[in-house]
Design a protein around this ligand. Structure first.
Ligand code: ATP
Length: 341
């Protein structure tokens, strides 16, 4: 009888201990960002005027989604960095509000600091510390133990294939390697909101892919990723959405996956064709003619390809053009038109 009583007490003791341990582990994981709750980032009617009367951002409203990589694109001076800096709380909007999980970025900046990690456009100073030390110390500043920080730093160095340079001092690293170090320092704590200003500049093609893959992993875990870049091919390949800024305004906000599933356009280029011979296309299709290069560009929906190719073959047969090519229209092809719209 006494034995049974003791067994019950032991079982209860074990059960309570398991509950307490589970509770603390959950708190620790949520706090460290291993378990990420969905994040909400809302930019509403944000404008930014600088002293020289420049309106760098003009009434911008955007809802950023968790699990999503959003690319901010646009000409030099379009207002991309200004927008990033306001989201990161580095500069204050002249008008409008920015909220992360209903926390006001402007009024409650200290609360927001934990939620956002920023990689600036310019190189961070890395004097006197090695790549590994620089990444590790950021992890410790963000609250990880020294053991966990070292492990995490080693992991990210290895995923970006940087092991050969990890013990080299910052100032002795090449521009691209410094950029990669800065990237690792930004993403190490897997913040709910990660903003990066032209992170792939100076980075080689293989490691660019590794950077984008790393960002995809973080987005899959729940981070909101916002990246400024001028590389439209990378945007199209790796981002979920792009926002085109022009003269401080949002000109386009496109979900890339939808764009492809709903509206694939093809581009037919016909070479060495004279102006007088383009009417066969221009009467039926949307065309653009470059007089200097004698190049005709025809924008086509899938259902019109066959008809257009039939016309091209006829034109070639009659010696009125020398060659043609056909491809799916990409963001780079459309960029100038979008800006001029
Ligand atoms: N601190 C500042 N003081 C005055 N004007 C500024 C300041 N920062 C930016 N600007 C101006 O605001 C406008 C937007 O600049 P911003 O850096 O946001 O553009 P961007 O799109 O990031 O350009 P880039 O692609 O060249 O980096 C530009 O005309 C710029 O000169």
């Amino acid at each position: 009888m006494e034995n049974m009583f003791n067994n019950r007490r032991i079982s209860r003791f074990i059960f309570i201990n398991i509950l307490v341990i589970t509770f603390y582990i959950s708190i620790m994981f949520i706090d460290r960002g291993f378990i990420m709750l969905d994040t909400n980032l809302s930019v509403k009617n944000v404008s930014k005027y600088f002293k020289n009367n420049i309106k760098a951002n003009n009434n911008i409203s955007i809802e950023f989604q968790t699990h999503e990589i959003t690319a901010l694109i646009g000409h030099n001076g379009a207002g991309k960095t200004t927008l990033l800096n306001q989201i990161g709380g580095l500069i204050i909007p002249s008008e409008g509000q920015i909220h992360i999980n209903n926390i006001d970025v402007i009024k409650e900046h200290s609360k927001v600091r934990k939620l956002v990690s920023t990689m600036p456009q310019f190189q961070v100073p890395l004097k006197g510390v090695s790549m590994l030390q620089a990444i590790e110390s950021i992890a410790m500043i963000k609250g990880f133990s020294s053991k966990v920080s070292k492990k995490k730093a080693e992991e990210i160095i290895s995923s970006l294939q940087l092991d050969n340079w990890k013990n080299i001092e910052g100032e002795k690293l090449s521009g691209g390697l410094q950029r990669l170090t800065s990237f690792a320092m930004t993403v190490i704590d897997e913040a709910p909101v990660i903003i990066l200003d032209e992170p792939t500049n100076d980075v080689d093609p293989i490691r660019r892919i590794l950077m984008w893959k790393y960002l995809r992993k973080l987005a899959d875990k729940g981070s909101i990723i916002i990246i400024v870049t001028h590389n439209l091919f990378e945007v199209e390949k790796y981002a979920d959405r792009y926002i085109l800024l022009d003269k401080g305004c949002v000109k386009k906000d496109i979900n890339i996956s939808n764009r492809y599933s709903q509206n694939i356009k093809h581009m037919l280029c016909v070479y060495d064709i004279d102006n007088i011979d383009i009417s066969m296309f221009s009467s039926d299709f949307v065309t653009k003619y470059d007089i200097e290069q004698k190049k005709l560009t025809v924008s086509l929906k899938e259902e019109n390809i066959y008809r257009a190719i039939t016309i091209v073959l006829e034109v070639l047969k009659n010696g009125k053009a020398t060659s043609y090519d056909l491809k799916i229209e990409n963001l780079y092809d459309n960029y100038e038109d979008m800006i001029n719209e």
